[in-house]
Design a binder for this molecule. Structure first.
Ligand code: SF4
Length: 416
């Protein structure tokens, strides 16, 4: 058995692709992206959601372009975003009639920073190659990159049947699952080869191979990565709702990223009814941050609590600080360079409180059950003071604000 690898594997070398100025692959940091769930023809709703996703940290945002009305709305959405000062690149998601929409709506073709197409539904039988070529030619004409996004829910049935027949003729050396994985990978690679033959250079092509099963996803991307140097977009499709979607996406994408695979990620969460679409951006950022690949936000370390704490003070304080940080980050990013590296600890009692707080930049150890109503605060590893009274939480929040101003304000961090 090979030795357990403790460190992330070096990033696979892929060809970098510029998507509206954001580089995907080629050694660039892993890019976070998301997708709207508004009707793109509803310009107000789509602008609002793109803005919310971008402000939450989405570096690219994909929108559905499914009919004439939505294609006609795209340049207006682009214009409105620019008026708001939001230069987030927009990606158009095309199915079935992408060739037609891109031909009939040149302003849409121009306003988008990338086209996403699915080789399983770009066209059928003798129309398939023709319609695929028409989209690629539009991309070349408008100098746009394309994501060739295979999805097992709309897999190229002709290719699947051919590979199943080949497998049968050879006496079934592969299982049905293995043939399915091979079809997904081949569908992406054959389409990429065709796009290159038409004239789209490799530095304008991104590939993805999405499935909804964690082990299949890991296998497909490992195969794809071993057989090509195209930039890869990772995502578990139909990941589901709530904790299930978060766990399944994090498990599969985390393993691939640890192996050096993946240049951009999307966490495809199904929102709760009326839920917040930006959750998928938060999860993507947190996944990349906890794995040490990127830093987006200050970290708040909080203990889980146990029988030594009967009050919810420390839970409320940890939650409040986390929420304040997320809310303030768009301003802090510009005002306090380096603030995303801040570590705050909020601990429930004396057992691990002082130790964990000393490891943070600023930390507090709140009193547990039976402890004196006093909360020592540690700054840069040293005990700085003890808070007492009824406003410990508020006083600590003030201290965190003062610490950020002192350390990161006026270019202090840059000077360190
Ligand atoms: S620090 Fe204290 S309250 Fe928090 S989990 Fe540990 S023992 Fe429990």
């Amino acid at each position: 058995m090979s030795a357990f690898a403790f460190a992330p594997q070096p990033r696979r070398t892929t060809v970098g692709v510029s998507v509206g100025g954001v580089t995907v692959g080629g050694g660039a940091p892993v890019v976070v992206q998301s997708m709207t769930n508004t009707d793109t023809a509803d310009i107000d709703a789509t602008v609002a959601q793109v803005a919310a996703l971008h402000k939450a940290g989405s570096e690219l945002v994909r929108i559905t372009v499914d009919r004439d009305e939505s294609a006609a709305a795209v340049p207006k959405i682009r214009e409105r975003l620019e008026r708001l000062g939001l230069d987030v690149p927009l990606i158009g998601d095309f199915h079935y009639i992408g060739h037609k929409l891109l031909a009939d709506h040149p302003a849409c073709a121009e306003a988008l920073a990338k086209y996403r197409i699915n080789p399983g539904n770009v066209g059928f039988k003798d129309k398939k190659d023709k319609q695929f070529a028409a989209i690629i030619e539009r991309a070349i004409a408008f100098d746009k990159p394309v994501r060739i996004g295979v999805n097992w829910g709309s897999l190229d049935q002709e290719l699947l049947t051919r590979l199943m027949d080949d497998n049968q003729a050879k006496g079934f050396p592969l299982t049905a699952e293995e043939v399915m994985r091979e079809t997904i990978v081949q569908s992406a690679l054959i389409s990429a080869e065709l796009a290159e033959e038409i004239g789209l250079p490799r530095n304008r092509i991104i590939l993805s191979a999405k499935v909804s099963n964690v082990q299949d996803l890991i296998a497909c991307y490992a195969m794809l990565s071993a057989r090509s140097n195209h930039a890869l977009h990772l995502g578990l499709t139909e990941a589901g709702m709530g904790t299930k979607g978060i766990v399944a996406s994090s498990a599969s994408l985390g393993i691939l990223l640890q192996q050096g695979i993946g240049d951009t990620i999307r966490i495809s969460l199904t929102p709760e009814p009326g839920g917040d679409r930006t959750r998928e951006v938060q999860v993507a950022q947190e996944l990349l941050q906890v794995m040490g690949f990127r830093q987006f936000l200050p970290v708040v370390a909080a203990c889980p609590g146990c029988g030594r704490t009967t009050s919810t003070v420390f839970q409320e304080l940890a939650q409040k600080i986390q929420e304040d940080i997320r809310r303030n980050m768009p301003v802090w990013r510009a005002k306090y360079p380096g603030v995303e590296g801040l570590k705050v600890a909020v601990m429930g009692c004396i057992v691990n409180g002082p130790g964990e707080s000393k490891h943070a930049d600023i930390g507090i150890s709140l009193p547990g059950t039976g402890e004196l109503p006093a909360a020592p605060v540690y700054i840069d590893g040293k005990k700085a003071m003890t808070l007492r009274g009824t406003n410990i939480a508020g006083d600590f929040e003030t201290l965190v604000g003062d610490y950020i101003e002192k350390r990161f304000g006026n270019g202090q961090a840059a000077a360190e």
